[in-house]
Design a protein around this ligand. Sequence first.
Ligand code: FAD
Length: 457
Amino acid sequence: MTVSIVLFTSDLRLHDHPPLRAALDGSDAVVPLFVRDEAVADAGFTAPNRMAFLADCLADLDSGLRERGGRLVVRSGDVVTEVTGVAAEAGADDVHIAAGVSAYAQRREERLRSALAARGRRLHVHDAVVTALAPGAVTPAASDHFAVFTPYYRRWARQPLRDPAAAPQAVRVPDGIGSEPVPSRPEVTAVSEGLARGGEKEARRRLAAWLRGGIGAYEDRHDDLPGDATSRLSPHLHFGTLSPVELVHRARGAGGPGAEAFVRQVAWRDFHHQVLAVRPDASTADYRSRHDRWRSQAEAKDDIEAWREGRTGYPVVDAAMRQLRHEGWMHNRGRLLTASFLVKTLYVDWRIGARHFLDLLVDGDVANNQLNWQWMAGTGTDSRPNRVLNPVAQARRYDPDGAYVRRWVPELAAIAGNAVHEPWKLRGPARVAPDYPEPIVELSEGLARFKKARGLD
Ligand code: FAD
């Protein structure tokens, strides 16, 4: 009997899963393996919200495999030791894995390849599983990656995508391969109260609802903060409970300007992945240095704390930061304006903001988080690196009636209309919202400090 292993990583699904398809086609039995990788925990990437969501995903993957006659095998420890150990136990000559882009994923691939080869076994790495298009599938003439999104997107959109693979009917797992219990969400503590549910079934339910309902209005409504009219599929793309290839095919099938705008946004995800694949150091180092000398942690300590806690005195910033804490997720417009506020208005190093986001975001992702932070800091791929988003102007535009702020900042709930965006104007003898802080910085002062630091004045 021939046996293969499928090592699941950021691809926790059964639909459109090329590594699983290849393993099933090439052998009599398959070990679907997930390793709780100690290196990921050591690197500080196991934030409670993601661990809770992951537990949902693994439970659902196990149940999907059981419906097909199989089961998930879970191990903990060093990923290479566990994979080679299971390969020896099962007599598996082939191991299938989805290609990853982070420095860690690239190293894992190399280590696995050489450890398996030393034992006469083979590693098969599958592209276009974690992204719609493989990083490097399109490149400009004189470089190994695109540094600007628009030309990337033009090429990306013309590139044919592979056809999605159907979910298998049956999965035969060899007997006698031991597994730890599949982790469950209640074991995880310090989880955000409003955290979404994970798992492939939930992803597919959400996708179907999105294609039926939300996508048509996406172009007009994606920036509407209180409307909450985006797909919320990001954690499913992050954990791979949804295939980006299938998503793009099905979104295109929906047709219309909403679908086009949505697919363009999904391409941003591929864009950041193709940058990180060739510049893995961009997870911590400036992609393009602007020679910033950020305020020291000690000097900015109170400002950083106020930003994290949603007590900056700028209601839309605070609303978004509180949404992040409560849900483990934040609207894209909120991410943009809170990031701008930290890096530009407070002139605090983007790495501090990115770390806080990674501590809470259920979709927290090295490629998308770090490179979006760099984009907003002007050290990344933004062609206008010195843009500053004014939080009051942003609030008036994207939360015109103030409903988003009232939802997340209860101290301000009694203020009607868009006056809620500038509560300091209602102060004085009237003392509206006495519990709400005064702004921690004047916007004009923040702007002047930033311009001086970047040599723009
Ligand atoms: P939709 O608007 O429905 O978009 C569909 C999908 O397209 C998203 O699920 C996502 O996969 C992709 N997408 C949309 N916008 C972007 C973008 N700007 N960059 C990359 N992909 C995008 N996204 C993450 O997935 N993980 C992160 O850790 C992350 N951190 C961010 C940090 C900052 C400072 C900023 C400004 C953005 C960040 N984003 C991140 C991108 C974006 O905010 C989220 O993908 C989006 O808000 C998720 O909500 P949604 O699924 O409803 O998005």
